[in-house]
Design a protein around this ligand. Sequence first.
Ligand code: F6R
Length: 614
Amino acid sequence: MCGIVGAILSEGSVVQGLVDGLRVLEYRGYDSSGVAVAADDGVLVRKKEGRLANLEAALADGALEGARAGIGHTRWATHGPPSDRNAHPHLGRHGTLAVVHNGIIENYLALKEELTGSGVVFQSETDTEVLAHLIERELATADDLSSAVRRCLARVEGYYALAVLSRGPAGPEVVCARQGPPLAVASTADAAYLASDLLGLLPYTNRISFLEDGDIAVLTPGRVQVIDLQGRLVERLPKTIHWESGDSGLGHWPHHMLKEIHEQGDVLARTAFSRIAKGADDVEFEGGAFSDEFFAEIERVQVTACGTALHAGMIASYLIEGLARIPVDVDFASEFRYRDPLVGPGTLALAISQSGETADTLAATRLARSKGAKVAAICNVEGSSQVRESDGVILTQAGPEIGVASTKAFTAQVAAALLLAVRMGRARGTLDSERARELLQELRLLRPKIDSLLTEEAVGRVRRLARLHVEQNGFLFLGRGVNFPIALEGALKLKEISYMHAEGYAAGEMKHGPIALIDPGMTIVVINSVGHVADKVRANIEQVKARGGVTVSVGSDAASHEVAEDSIPVPETSEWLSPLLNVIPLQLLSYYVADLRGCDIDKPRNLAKSVTVE
Ligand code: F6R
């Protein structure tokens, strides 16, 4: 949610770099955007409702060129609807200080009342504007901007990643602070930069420091100094990040989502293959992580995650229970954190998150740790909070995921979950060498099978189906066993990018309610692969047909394709691995339905990637 950038250069002009940074971070929020730069006699701001292109048009007069310090923001509204007025940056009264912010200031009403009482006239409906006025007020008597920010933050309740730009008599100053949402900083020989995620910094350097809660960073050209809320120096050593800045480009693809769907064969290979141990009957994680000893005291696993990552977590529960024979519970992180869960030292709390910054998932992890659990994470972003706070981490190798709808990160999460399940099964002695070898061999064979689902012919088949069903009133996705979460994921993908009504159900539950929805206006997508529940799921297709429902079968069960009206055949693999194949046609179906409906696929309405607020 909300992208933040900032920079201070020893020479040159900062504004184009800010806009380029916002473009990379636009997936974090896209209802408005703005920049502020330090000019000779104050701070100049341009901000516009709508997409970044509107801001670029407003900057075309070149009036902000030449400034060497600035901050920028791309917004996902919390307080006050999207508008030019509510867009960030927000200025103090004297036009010499500007603030951008991601998060929520919970006591902003009380602060606003106080400031209004002292004569401040607010220009926006945001909670952020109180920060600009408070910092400005403190700056009048503080030694420098960081002291003023510290004093302001002592009065603030809530959470924030914020950046402040001031143009005082001594020249431009840039300070940023973190409590909750992520913020990273970096310096080069003649500049310093800040951004709400590392994609905003990678064009300059891959040596990046991640701020911790309570950190305030002071940026000067060539240097970033970090202090705590008491003003004491703290060390935040830079980490080397292994992504290339070019990885987030669109190339020849019309949308990031389609590009990312097509990357899934590579993602699987990068995430899984190098971790298959030499004897090919076990898994070996970097640095000997997840050793036999790691699992020694574990009696149960608690998975927490949100959205698509939760669906990967549900698949993880089937895999871990099935292969390592250890009980697994799965919960929405947002539920888990408020239900006083029964978690203790025998629990392995497993968080799954693409961004590693999802507020609820982080809170669930922290709660589990506070109750004595060991914490592990499956995460895509090196250096993220989730990674830093876990005892054991499996980094998925999906690369930057820019499309708001998660696709390749999901595949990588499921592959990582399988690796973890195999390792646990081997460590606990529930999975023998032969079975492990077979499974890992099947995993290797998935690569060409994924590619076969992404040929022009296979994609064309899905596109034709999308055309046939795009006028329907809604979709019901059914799946069973390890493919039940794929039904949920198919429905989530479709609703989030095409805005069509879609529901996912456990196939066996159909008769307990959803069957009432069946009519010719509803497409029932049934996911069914060869395996121990295939007959049952096929019977569901028959039941839907008997009631006049329109069915599409997806999976490797050829007999289901005979029964259903339409079908998307998927190559056969081990039942455990079938979700990794079955999800791909569903991602494509959502994509093409959304495309036919003219939706903004990479930036669906109301959504933002990386939900760093509750
Ligand atoms: C759906 C989607 C979201 C995320 C969820 C968790 O396509 O992208 O449902 O999966 O917000 O995000 P992470 O994985 O970053 O914790």
